[in-house]
Design a binder for this molecule. Structure first.
Ligand code: HEM
Length: 123
């Protein structure tokens, strides 16, 4: 079974990129919550960054990363516990992609709509 350059390799690379991306958001979240101790002004100012359109686009990517990482993680766990599933890892990956698109498309639509509405109201 050729691994390099095929679904197995790309799903693994995406899993790592998504996992590290989520981890970076988690670290940022720890920083923002820690700022509560520095007083309300700094905390509120820092949270204001999250309303910036660029940040909100990154949040859409974060949701995509969480959906992908969670779904692909389930596929990896399935193969870990039931090795015969490795013979079907490609079809399982395609099922995973269908579920991913079904979850992410409406979510991204709602998030983009909220972003555009906020922009229309001046942020
Ligand atoms: C929905 C819950 C999650 C599930 C089911 C899940 C599942 C997994 C699995 C099975 C692996 C091992 C992949 C492998 O052996 O190839 C893994 C790796 C990893 N996960 Fe998660 N995970 C979840 C949430 C998270 C969260 C919240 C973070 C970040 C804060 C995270 C960060 C990572 C990282 C950095 C790796 C290492 C990736 C690598 O070595 O390529 N995961 N995850």
């Amino acid at each position: 079974m050729l691994y390099k350059g095929r679904e197995g390799m790309w799903s693994w690379i995406l899993h790592r990129v998504a996992g590290i991306g989520i981890l970076l958001f988690l670290l940022l979240h720890i920083v923002d919550i820690a700022l509560i101790g520095a007083g309300p002004e700094l905390f509120e100012k820092f949270l204001g960054l999250y309303t910036h359109p660029l940040f909100r686009i990154m949040e859409i990517a974060l949701v995509g990363a969480v959906f992908y990482h969670a779904l692909n993680g389930i596929r990896v766990i399935l193969i870990d516990f039931w090795p015969r599933a490795a013979n079907f890892q490609r079809p399982i990956f395609y099922v995973e992609m269908v579920v991913f698109v079904a979850l992410f498309t409406p979510t991204a639509y709602l998030m983009i709509r909220a972003l555009l509405m906020a922009q229309g109201q001046g942020g």
